[in-house]
Design a protein around this ligand. Structure first.
Ligand code: BES
Ligand code: ZN
Length: 836
């Protein structure tokens, strides 16, 4: 007992106090075997024809990185970079090779020094480097075995072209007001692209410290995760910036930029220096972002009661950027429209978007950067939490934006895809880079956030907050998995609450609803695994019979009805633990019940005329009211709609129609009307080229895409492919918009089919834009012929080795559309009195 207690205290001490900076006690499980020595015959073949000593996609854990010294010199004229690194590694188990990730890098030289070599300044021993591009790995073969528990230093010289796309260390260009095209170099690594910029252990569990040096011309500046310590002059008038060493972090969060940007700065209450960077002509659009990021940083530091651990935080608007933003620790990068706000041309919804994106990326500085998921199968721990924290932080910092109503759109949005059979569980295996990239979808972001919001409502805000702070403190500078979160939420005592034996006495005195649940031995994990391991969303069917409230749960499937032959099979083995809430006509109180079986009956405390389930739409379930349930609610709404709270009314409309995601901006509509004449369209295109505001550009591009003239739509696509007037980064949203236009539907789809290889030259197959292009140009189809055509196309891609989950989603959506039409066409015909 005494021993256990000491161990517990030691654990807490090691994880919360010592480990963050210096403990090398690692989270790796048993180290893997040297497969090579056991059976060298069955190994993959390296590029030089020799056997490559490792066959797994995941790296071995015998050697782990502690510290990277990284030097990078990009040349923005020749568009390439030379670089070198020294990785200090710890050998956990004797081995004869080191496996690293490296993708598209030319390795010039690799050497190894032991601690002794370093002490006596003995030069490094040259290593044999093997490359296995299919796994984006290199193997460094050592002449003599590396010994367990010793540290070594691996030095590698390498070079590459600055990437053409939006990943790794890539080039981005922008035009100045004077018409000059300028180039900058920028990184974007998540999830698996750090390996394109430097050989590394490119998995989230391999956290290390990074000391970065960047050589540049004097007309440029260099930025990285940490503040600059000094600048050294080098030959040829070049300058070299040395940055402070980072905290322990994953490779996907490393970032550096060489550019000529201008900035505004301010200081947060805690003393952290916050700066917003943009290209010089757009400097005047940076001020709102500074105000918002200072407010939000203050909010998060207070809310989590954990300091943002770096001395500075830069937010940079990048002219070419694939996603909306990226949370690199201390150097957050944004698409221009996600950071810049021009009061003259940006609308309230643009401001909301900028605020939301900043809130999201700053939340990642804790959820994701400080505590990282062990592996990409749990990416929802990053993205779901960042999306959930948008709600918490924006509600407090910008209450006038009424973000809690907007948050509901996340849930309504994801319900559309989660109610298809092709959906997936929140936690799902992902091994290849393509599978990993595909995890960044609405299920991780939006379902993740909605589940957290449901759990907060179930546990109470106070208990939930305490639990997540416990989780953040316990796993700081480390990695966590789902179960770690659930146990932190079950036993959300802070270390200071511990008296003895690991029990939290302070809680047992309270008598909240939550504790009633907990006293009945309700485990957060038991509830939550029904939501994270099963795909889909439950439908709660409720029938009020006098004082009895009969509840039933089933799996909700859009377009599959009880009389469909497959209905039964699709329901099998699905069961959720649903935190049901309800209010009634006779009291304002929120009643709670945990529905853990298929059916249940509750007794209402009083006679009531109506019952409304899912109070404030906090639960992730759809409700159907049987018997007179709907009629009674409609009667209340007709009589006095304010008897139901706004979010309850929104939820009722959603549940009744199962659709809502938004009225278009007035300005967008005005532009779209203008775009219907040739003069108007040409004028708008000209304005598009001239506009400095990304928000305005978005609206103009949308308007241009609504033209009824196909030759104009073709011109837009050509411009998007060319990438000068319309940037290639915007091609996906352009094709999406064109496919919404009845005159553009077929055109967009034909374009995708005919230009598939050209598209792949610009975007990776599994990238977000490519998935938008595929689904955006197909999922509105509703005939069997169209289904067949799309199917054949996907099959032809599959035979060439390209497969994406989105193919299945599209096919299922089209089938659903066909079914819906078959079912409803006769009544639609009747109703409209026209023949279609
Ligand atoms: N971590 C992501 C960026 C990302 C997206 C990396 C996809 C790898 C693949 C970032 O935090 C993010 O979520 N960005 C969002 C914007 C956000 C406000 C929802 C994006 O890029 O859409
Ligand atoms: Zn995110």
């Amino acid at each position: 007992m005494v021993n256990t207690h000491r161990k517990l205290i030691l654990n807490i001490y090691c994880s919360a106090i010592i480990l963050p900076q210096i403990c090398t006690c690692s989270q790796f499980t048993s180290s893997s075997n040297d497969q090579y020595n056991e059976n060298p015959g069955v190994f993959p073949v390296a590029t030089n024809g020799e056997p490559f000593p490792w066959r797994e996609l995941r790296l071995p854990t015998k050697v782990i990185p502690l510290h990277y010294d990284l030097f990078v010199h990009p040349n923005l004229t020749s568009l390439d970079f030379v670089a070198s690194e020294k990785i200090e590694v710890l050998v956990r188990d004797t081995t004869q090779f080191i496996i690293l990730h490296s993708h598209g890098l030319e390795i010039m030289n690799a050497t190894l020094q032991s601690e002794e070599d370093l002490r006596y300044k003995k030069s490094g021993e040259k290593l044999t480097v093997l490359s296995y591009p299919a796994h984006q790995q290199i193997a460094l073969l050592v002449p003599e075995k590396l010994m367990a528990d010793l540290r070594y230093s691996v030095a590698i010289d390498f070079q590459a072209k600055l990437a053409d796309g939006f990943e790794g260390f890539y080039k981005s260009t922008y035009r100045t007001l004077g018409g000059e095209t300028r180039t900058i170099a920028v990184t974007d690594f998540e999830p698996t692209h750090a390996r394109m910029a430097f050989p590394c252990f490119d998995e989230p569990l391999f956290k290390a410290n990074f000391s970065i040096k960047i050589r540049r011309e004097s007309r440029h500046i260099a930025l990285s995760n940490m503040p600059k310590v000094k600048t050294i002059e080098r030959e040829g008038g070049l300058l070299e910036d040395h940055f402070e060493t980072t905290v322990k972090m994953s490779t996907y969060l490393v970032a550096y930029i060489v550019c000529d940007f201008a900035s505004v700065s301010g200081t947060a209450s805690s003393g952290v220096k916050v700066s917003i960077y943009a290209s010089p002509d757009k400097w005047s659009q940076t001020h709102y972002a500074l105000e918002a990021s200072l407010k939000l940083l203050d909010f998060y530091e207070n809310y989590f009661n954990i300091h943002y651990p770096l001395p500075k935080l830069d937010l940079v608007a990048i002219p070419d950027f694939e996603s909306g933003a990226m949370e690199n620790w201390g150097l957050v990068t944004y698409r221009e429209t996600s950071l810049l706000f021009d009061p003259k041309t940006s609308s309230t919804s643009d401001k909301l978007w900028v605020t939301k994106v900043i809130a999201h990326e700053l939340a990642h500085q804790w959820f994701g950067n400080l505590v990282t998921m062990e592996w990409w199968n749990d990416i929802w721990l990053n993205e779901g939490f960042a999306t959930y924290m948008e709600l918490i932080s924006v509600n407090v910092t910008y209450p006038e934006l009424q973000f809690d109503n907007i948050f509901l759109n996340n849930c309504f949005d994801v319900i559309k895809s989660d109610s298809l059979n092709s959906s997936r569980p929140v936690s799902k295996q992902a091994e290849t880079p393509t599978q990993i990239q595909e995890m960044f979808d609405a299920i991780s972001y939006k379902k993740g956030a909605c589940l957290l919001n449901m759990l907060k409502d179930f546990l109470s805000e106070e208990k939930f907050k305490k639990g997540i702070i416990h989780y953040l403190k316990k796993f700081s500078y480390r990695n966590a998995k789902n179960d770690d979160l659930w146990s932190s939420l079950s036993n959300s005592c802070l270390e200071s609450d511990f008296t003895s034996g690991g029990f939290c006495y302070s809680d047992s005195k309270t008598t909240s609803n939550t504790l009633t649940f907990l006293e009945e031995n309700v485990e957060v994990k038991d509830i939550m695994t029904t939501w994270t391991r099963q795909k889909g969303i439950p439908l709660v069917v409720v029938e009020q019979e006098g004082r009895l409230l009969k509840l039933r749960q089933e799996r909700f499937l859009n377009g599959v009805f009880r009389d469909d032959p497959e209905w039964g099979a699709l329901q099998e083995r699905y069961l959720w633990h649903i935190p049901v809430t309800y209010s009634t006509s006779s009291s304002n109180a929120i009643h709670r019940h945990l529905l853990t079986s298929k059916t249940d009956t509750l007794y209402l405390p009083e006679k009531t005329s109506w019952v409304k389930l899912n109070v404030d739409s906090n639960g992730y379930y759809i409700v159907h009211y049987e018997a007179h349930g709907w009629d009674q609610l409609i009667a209340v709404l007709n009589q006095n709609h304010t008897l139901l709270r706004p979010k309850d009314r929104i939820g009722l409309i959603h549940d009744a129609f199962q659709l809502v995601s938004i009225p278009t901006d007035v300005l967008k509509i005005v532009y779209s009307v203008g775009a219907q004449t040739t003069e108007g369209w040409n004028y708008l295109l000209e304005q598009y080229g001239l506009s400095l505001s990304g928000a305005e550009k978005n609206k103009i591009l949308y308007a241009l895409s609504t033209s009824k003239h196909q030759e104009k739509l073709i011109k837009l696509i050509d411009l998007g492919m060319e990438g000068k007037v319309i940037k290639t980064q915007d091609l996906a949203s352009l094709l999406y918009a064109i496919a919404r236009n009845p005159k553009g539907q077929q055109l967009a789809w034909n374009f995708v089919k005919e230009n598939w290889t050209h598209l792949l030259e610009r975007f990776e197959l599994s990238s977000f834009p490519m998935r938008i292009i595929i689904s955006g140009t197909t999922f509105h189809f509703s005939s069997k012929d169209e289904l067949q055509e799309v199917k054949l196309f996907f099959e032809s891609l599959q035979t060439q080795g390209s497969y994406l989950e989105v193919f299945q989603i599209v096919l299922e959506t089209i089938s659903k559309n066909i079914k819906w039409l078959e079912k409803n066409l006769p009544s639609l015909r009747n109703w409209l009195l026209i023949s279609i």
